[in-house]
Design a protein around this ligand. Structure first.
Ligand code: GP9
Ligand code: MN
Length: 405
């Protein structure tokens, strides 16, 4: 295509983002990002057998910014797509993972922006092999100074399950390294236990499995509950080490855990019908931003995972003016701007497009495709621009943070 850096520049410059009084409330704080494996928003404030699935998160939300209408926008790159959106504000690729396909591109990453702005150091902690999703190479490229991966942990048969070390020993063992990092830092933690097929020994099951007709869903509530306990333990340790107060926490579900194949169990759990719109709503993930001492607030704005980055930068007091990304500040996001999925579908304030059908969200009725067409056009354009940037490696031509100087 004819696209070059100038065209991209003129289309997608971010707007200045200083317009709420929350700008900079977390300035200079350490940043702890927690990517929660396969955690969907429906578990928040939901009970099984009379017990909360996420008692710790439910409490935390009371004192946090809780974004309650945020959609999973990942594609085939799963966890790595979520990381990519948060780190770069670009969309995932139509197929494969950017981490695997384009690990040598130039990007303007969150670690680079924070390093440039005020000397932050960035690190990742995760219990799986460093090469999985080509993380090691991609992290080095986008400004992470060290990746604490599997070889960094004491992993035994006893303390691991499924993909690796269980979340509680993962957080416990991570503390030793976390306390020695130079400040300010951005530290990303990626949980693992709540991964399909959601296996967990009985001694770690802190709630009874659910009793739907779908075993995957029944087990899912136990692994989500276990992860919640692990987060509680992590916060306890951070408080003991005196690291809690001076930190902003960004906690988000990376993508769905229950695929369409097993979703009837979720509909059963929630007492709702299996409809395309209900399926769409199940694509929501929790996004929580916690600043110690700050009053809690639930923000119902529609948004996507890609918007985490601009929202965090707003709270950190880092201007996004003139940056090239598709991330929007959730505190000011235009309700009529569609949330865009990688397959070209979208959700806007009043309309949604899914399974080749345009819906009016209020009445839940199918409506003429005309009602969705302008939103779908925006979706196509955004995805195209994002793909152009990635496939053309256009940040080579755009001045950006993290550039070799
Ligand atoms: C693996 C973990 C899970 O390291 O991030 O990967 P997923 O299958 O969810 O992408
Ligand atoms: Mn994942």
């Amino acid at each position: 295509s004819e696209v070059d850096a100038d065209t991209v520049n003129s289309y997608i410059k971010e707007e200045e983002n200083t317009q709420t009084d929350l700008f900079g409330i977390a300035e200079g704080k350490n940043v702890i990002l927690i990517s929660m494996e396969s955690t969907q928003n429906f578990v928040i404030n939901e009970k099984v057998n009379g017990e909360e699935i996420t008692p710790f998160l439910n409490d935390l939300i009371q004192d946090s910014f809780y974004f309650s209408n945020i959609y999973d926008q990942t594609a085939q790159g799963k966890t790595s797509d979520a990381e990519f959106m948060v780190d770069t504000g670009l969309y995932p690729l139509p197929s494969g993972s950017v981490f695997v396909r384009r690990p040598e591109n130039e990007f303007e990453s969150l670690p680079d922006i924070l390093q440039d702005h005020s000397g932050y150091h960035a690190y990742t902690f995760h219990g799986n092999d460093a090469e999985f999703w080509n993380r090691k190479q991609m992290y080095e490229n986008i400004g992470y100074e060290h990746f604490f991966a599997k070889e960094n942990y004491n992993v035994t048969e006893e303390n691991s399950i499924n993909y690796g070390i269980k979340d509680i020993p993962f957080f416990e063992q991570s503390m030793e390294d976390l306390i020695s990092l130079p400040e300010p830092y951005m530290a990303k933690f990626i949980t693992l236990t709540n991964h399909f097929p959601f296996l967990l020994e009985e001694e770690d099951q802190l709630v009874e499995p659910a009793e739907t007709e779908v075993d995957v869903v029944n087990r899912y509530v136990t692994t989500v509950r276990y992860q919640d306990k692990a987060l509680e333990r992590f916060f306890e340790l951070l408080k003991e080490e005196g690291l809690y107060e001076d930190t902003i926490f960004v906690i988000y579900g990376d993508h769905y855990g229950i695929s369409k194949k097993y979703e009837d169990g979720v509909h059963e759990l929630l007492g709702q019908e299996n409809t395309p719109l209900n399926h769409l709503e199940l694509q929501q993930i929790p996004v929580i931003m916690h600043v110690p001492g700050q009053q809690g607030k639930t923000i119902e704005t529609n948004g996507g995972e890609i918007d985490i980055r601009a929202t965090l930068l707003h709270l950190l007091g880092v201007s996004t003016e003139d940056r090239i990304s598709f991330s929007q500040n959730l505190f000011t996001r235009d309700a009529d701007m569609p949330v865009i999925f990688r397959n070209g579908d979208m959700v806007a304030a009043d309309y949604a497009h899914t399974e080749s059908t345009c819906y009016e969200r209020g009445s839940k009725k199918k409506v003429s495709n005309n009602k969705c067409s302008s939103y779908l056009k925006t979706a196509r354009e955004e995805l195209e621009h994002s793909d152009d940037i990635i496939f053309g490696d256009l940040f080579r031509f755009i001045p950006h943070a993290g550039e070799e100087k």
